[in-house]
Write a protein that binds this ligand. Structure first.
Ligand SMILES: Cc1cc2nc3c(=O)[nH]c(=O)nc-3n(C[C@H](O)[C@H](O)[C@H](O)COP(=O)(O)OP(=O)(O)OC[C@H]3O[C@@H](n4cnc5c(N)ncnc54)[C@H](O)[C@@H]3O)c2cc1C
Length: 445
């Protein structure tokens, strides 16, 4: 039987490949670049280690942890500073407490707080399966003030998205399922906490010493000769009961999992599928790395800061990478990552790198309340932008599934569809591997 071919060696393709390999499947991952990792490849430069995309993961996770273990990825808990998270809103920086009772304290009016804590008593209205925007969903649960506030932080922090456009159910399914299961997010969260086996470790932020490149390299190493860099797929064609993949050479495959961006995939998948893929939504982002001696870049000990709805800055947030992960900056230096653009600020693409750095320096200084003088800067603009799971995304996925039903053995993975971060990509890798295994059983005489 011919192998499964995965197209794209970003974290999505590598996780899908590793999950298949972990189950004993034969898999080949084709990556057009010379290295694995895609948008998450770390930049290593003179003592600086900068992750322009993913920089940390939450572990344990039911789908991700088994892959991390099988591939021997050397993850470690982030420093205790990772627990400190900040919000910048209305001109001031506030630390978010882990206690739900105080989480909004300095940031909302008394009326807003009172409505938010009444969430467990708010009866569900409307159709349970409806595709609501994140802000509509959270306003319905927590009231307009707290709902808008939390929706903005979640949209900025995960998708660089617009909370009025993002779909709550597509983008944050675990949260929506709490309401589905318990009629309330808070009641559902308490139930879920109580159901956790005694002594089970709490999910926490983890990092690797070598950044996301170490994750990608370990996954590629785990795949051995199955990971093939420098192979750009130009065409795929259905032949018999399987597929032929053209990537300089011809490769036969029973299943093909396409994990490059929807726009890249549209260039070589069947025309009907390409038409649907061309409607994928993305938003441009620009990521700015700012590093410097600690006195010139005194970012606080913490994970980072998100901009609230009344922040009046253009940044969506800043991550304090050197404070929660080891080895990100030379000794006595600090490294921060600023994130710009997103669905509500598409004009960011028009700003040149110099102006962007100037803006990031000014805004980081404003947020932490001191003048910032970086000695190391880097601007990265992920070419494909960040996928947006807007209202309508689930309908788009079901259209894709219907079309894929006509192309046996052709599957789609990667962050454009069912998982924006590593946990989501790993959960999707499990779904993809289940489908491939199901097909293998199908074909047994
Ligand atoms: C600013 C930012 C911060 C983030 N922070 C986090 C975080 O903290 N935690 C987290 O879990 N996630 C985070 N993410 C998300 C995470 O980085 C992505 O989910 C992940 O890297 C996407 O991987 P992918 O494989 O789906 O896509 P990509 O990385 O885009 O990989 C697709 C690959 O396909 C290849 N390719 C394209 N065309 C072809 C072809 N024709 N033939 C062969 N190969 C091809 C490309 O070269 C590329 O390597 C962040 C993302 C961004 C942008």
């Amino acid at each position: 039987m011919s192998p499964t071919v995965v197209i794209g060696g970003g974290l999505g393709g590598l996780l899908a490949g590793a999950e298949l390999a972990r189950r004993g499947g034969e898999v080949v991952v084709l990556e057009s670049c010379g290295q694995p990792g895609g948008v998450a490849r770390s930049i290593v430069d003179n003592g600086w280690l900068f992750d322009p995309a993913a920089g940390s993961v939450i572990l344990p996770h039911p789908a991700l942890s088994p892959i991390v273990e099988a591939a021997g990825i050397a993850v470690e808990p982030a420093t205790p500073a990772a627990r400190r998270r900040f919000v910048y809103d209305r001109g001031s920086l506030s630390e978010l407490s882990e206690s739900p009772a105080t989480v909004f304290s300095p940031l909302l009016s008394w009326r807003g707080k009172a409505r938010a804590v009444a969430e467990p008593f708010i009866r569900r209205t409307g159709d349970a399966a409806s595709d609501e925007s994140l802000s509509a969903f959270l306003a319905r649960r927590f009231g307009p003030e707290a709902g808008r506030f939390v929706a903005t932080l979640m949209a900025h922090g995960v998708f660089a998205g617009d909370p009025a456009e993002l779909s709550a159910r597509a983008g944050f399914p675990a949260m929506v399922e709490l309401e589905d299961a318990a009629g309330s997010i808070l009641r559902g969260a308490v139930r879920r906490l109580r159901a956790r086996p005694k002594g089970a470790p709490r999910p926490r932020t983890h990092v690797t010493r070598g950044g996301m490149s170490e994750v990608a390299d370990s996954l590629a190493e785990y795949l051995g000769p199955g990971f093939r860099p420098g192979r750009e797929v130009s065409a795929i064609e259905q032949r018999g009961d399987g597929w032929v993949v053209h990537a300089g050479e011809e490769l036969e495959a029973t299943n093909v999992i396409v994990t490059c961006s929807a726009a890249a995939a549209a260039r070589f998948v069947p025309r009907e599928l390409a038409g649907i893929l061309s409607r994928s939504k993305t938003a441009p982002v620009a990521v700015v790395g700012l590093g410097g001696p600690a006195p010139d870049l005194p970012v606080p000990d913490g994970f980072g800061v998100l901009a609230g709805p009344a922040a009046a800055i253009r940044a969506l947030g800043f991550l304090f990478e050197s404070q929660y992960a080891p080895g990100r900056a030379p000794r006595r230096h600090r490294l921060a990552k600023a994130i710009y653009g997103g669905a509500a600020d598409r004009a960011i693409s028009e700003l040149d790198d110099g102006d962007l750095v100037e803006l990031a320096v000014a805004e980081l200084g404003r947020v932490i309340g001191v003048t910032v003088r970086p000695s190391w800067v880097r601007v990265v603009r992920p070419g494909s932008g960040i996928p947006q799971y807007d209202v309508g995304h689930l309908r788009w996925l079901s259209e894709l599934d219907t079309e894929l039903g006509r192309w046996r053995g052709l599957l789609l993975g990667g962050w454009c569809y069912r998982g924006i971060g590593l946990s989501g990509l790993a959960a999707d890798a499990v779904r993809l591997a289940d489908t491939v295994e199901g097909r293998r059983l199908d074909r047994k005489p």
